[in-house]
Design a protein. Structure first.
Length: 425
């Protein structure tokens, strides 16, 4: 029986890790400890999962006590982004397997702390980049690996986050760089990891421009410049385009958040924290729009953009190589898109000297494009022995995704290219 301790009782921890450990993978795994900085989160967890009613609970300063008393084989790190590094490093100190939610950490200083700790440990770090596992993304990896487009020369990736999802980051702790590293790390590390993994090249330089166009006190749709408002109690919510896009005058004042548990929406979820702060507060210090160019060590170039206040959600991708090109477009959350979209995502293949082919992929159920169930199998059953390539990410991959994300932000601030140091492990 493999023993797990959970560090950070976030919604991701509750849904992504605790639930499957108590159900699908319960035969060979168990949860022996819960750790969080907010005592109310233990109540939320145990209300959701009565099976954990007598599971020991610990505060952040009690990490080593938790290890000694519960003797876990592994820890799962899923709290606020800035808390990851300390738990990862301490877990490695005790030679544990450390499974961490992305982003692994929020700065390259902390990434290097993790890399150093792992070198000195018998344990290892696994970063849960679930986007790697979606059927489309795996097919792209396989297609490139088999040489169908030759040596990769350039990538165009344009990501849009709709006003429902995008605004949620500016209501919660993510809007503070000290907590999240900014969205070039918290969110875009997902995207940068995909590219790094697809093309199997290491990023060496970033140049980027970014700004805050939609959120914060100068947001064009701000009803008035007032701090301290909250969506649920705001007297101006009917003047707020972001609120009214997803609500009506006659609907409940309770603001739905796609990152919170619906089954607990009438429960106080946190102590001294509300996840519905106004998206137009003056204290917001992260960007909502980026455009970046990334150079890789084998010559590939990435052109990347992301917008966190778009009319719909999804991405457009093109990868060019010496033998051809592939293209694909994803529309995310169809129920939130106000126009017809294709029934299923496909991949278009354009040989350099031939006719176009359309690749249809077998799609699977589950979160993150069907990737979550396969990731969980690799985590809790071991990597699939039939797979011909590595997909489960380690600390090096986690660090390179952080390096690009931090490089994007630093390049924006310094208005010059940012060089990425080689990571040797």
């Amino acid at each position: 029986m493999k023993r797990y301790a959970i560090c950070g009782i976030s919604n991701r921890a509750l849904n992504m890790f605790i639930k499957p450990l108590l159900t699908t993978f319960a035969t060979d795994n168990c949860i022996v400890g819960l750790l969080d900085g907010d005592p109310l989160r233990f109540e939320v967890c145990k209300q959701q999962y009565p099976e954990l009613a007598v599971t020991p609970i610990f505060r952040p300063g009690d990490f080593e006590q938790m290890i000694q008393e519960t003797k876990p084989d592994a820890i799962i790190v899923a709290g606020r982004d800035d808390t990851h590094v300390d738990y990862i490093v301490l877990g490695l100190k005790y030679d544990l397997e450390v499974i961490t939610e992305k982003p692994m950490v929020t700065t390259m200083v902390d990434a290097n702390r993790v890399l150093t700790a792992e070198k000195l440990s018998k344990g290892k770090v696994v970063v849960t980049f679930n986007y790697r596992y979606s059927p489309i993304h795996r097919k792209i990896k396989e297609f490139i690996q088999k040489g169908h487009i030759g040596r990769v020369t350039s990538i165009d990736l344009n990501w849009t986050i709709d006003t429902y999802h995008g605004a949620s980051y500016f209501k919660r702790w993510n809007r503070q760089r000290d907590f999240s590293g900014g969205l070039s790390i918290h969110k875009s590390s997902h995207h940068f990891d995909l590219v790094n993994w697809w093309i199997d090249q290491n990023p060496v330089q970033v140049f980027a421009i970014g700004d805050r166009h939609y959120y914060g006190e100068n947001g064009e749709h701000n009803p008035s410049k007032k701090d301290g408002r909250h969506c649920e109690s705001c007297a101006e919510r009917q003047k707020c385009s972001y609120h009214m896009r997803w609500s009506s005058r006659g609907s409940s004042t309770k603001v739905k958040d796609d990152h919170l548990l619906e089954s607990l929406e009438n429960t106080n979820l946190y102590t001294d924290y509300r996840p519905d702060a106004c998206i137009f507060d003056s204290g917001i210090d992260i960007e909502d729009t980026y455009a970046a160019v990334v150079k890789y060590d084998q010559g590939a170039l990435l052109s990347y953009s992301v917008n966190f206040s778009a009319p719909y959600e999804g991405y457009r991708l093109a990868i060019n190589g010496t033998k051809g090109r592939i293209e694909t477009t994803e529309y995310h959350e169809p129920s939130r898109i106000p126009f017809p979209i294709p029934m299923q995502q496909t991949i278009d293949y354009f040989p350099l000297f031939g006719s176009k082919e359309i690749i249809h992929v077998v799609h699977t159920e589950g979160g993150h494009g069907g990737g979550d169930p396969l990731l969980l199998e690799d985590l809790f059953l071991g990597p699939d022995p039939a797979r011909e390539y590595e997909i489960l990410a380690g600390a090096k991959a986690g660090a390179y995704s952080i390096a690009v994300g931090e490089g994007v932000w630093r390049s924006c601030v310094e208005n010059k290219p940012y060089d990425i140091k080689r990571i040797d492990v």
